[in-house]
Design a protein. Structure first.
Length: 169
């Protein structure tokens, strides 16, 4: 019986061993599946966040486009817009003059007129008149234009065909 007992114990040990191996492999496989699932879920969340940001950007672009289409203050050429701007400043109509700038810069430009001494504006206008005579150059896509002189004037073509001032410095 001793041999029989040892055989039974050997079979029990083998049975426990295989149960342990099967349990261990099950845990490993479940862990891998859980990690893959978690990774896929994180990618899904990231994708969802990217889509949300893309939609928000499209909304902002649409708002900018709609605002640009509604803005009709400006000329059909960069020179015309700059001339209209100069005329408004000479008349002291700073509210109108600020509207020749792109939408995001209009308020800032209006505030700068309120702070500027009159004698500085006279010099400023003389320099701008000289800048127009020098000409300028279009960007490759012809949607931007720069006057270069004592003052650099950058302009942008709005989608409605109106030229607006981006900046002057």
């Amino acid at each position: 019986m001793d041999d029989q007992n040892q055989t039974d114990l050997g079979q029990v040990s083998k049975s426990k061993y295989w149960k342990f191996v099967a349990g261990f492999l099950t845990i490993v496989i479940l862990s891998i599946v859980a990690l893959l699932g978690l990774s896929k879920y994180e990618r899904y969340l990231s994708s969802k966040q990217v889509n949300k940001m893309a939609n928000a950007l499209q909304q902002l672009e649409k708002q900018d486009y709609d605002a640009a289409m509604a803005d009709t203050v400006g000329g059909k050429t960069p020179q015309e817009t700059l001339s209209m701007y100069i005329a408004a400043v000479e008349k002291g109509d700073y509210s109108l003059a600020s509207k020749y700038f792109i939408g995001s810069k209009q308020e800032q430009e209006l505030k700068s007129f309120e702070k500027a001494p009159k004698e500085n504006l006279i010099t400023y206008i003389a320099v701008l008149k000289e800048v127009i005579t020098r000409g300028g150059e279009y960007s490759f896509d012809r949607k931007e234009f720069s006057f270069d002189g004592d003052i650099l004037v950058r302009m942008k073509l709005y989608p409605n065909g109106i030229w607006k001032i981006i900046e002057m410095f």
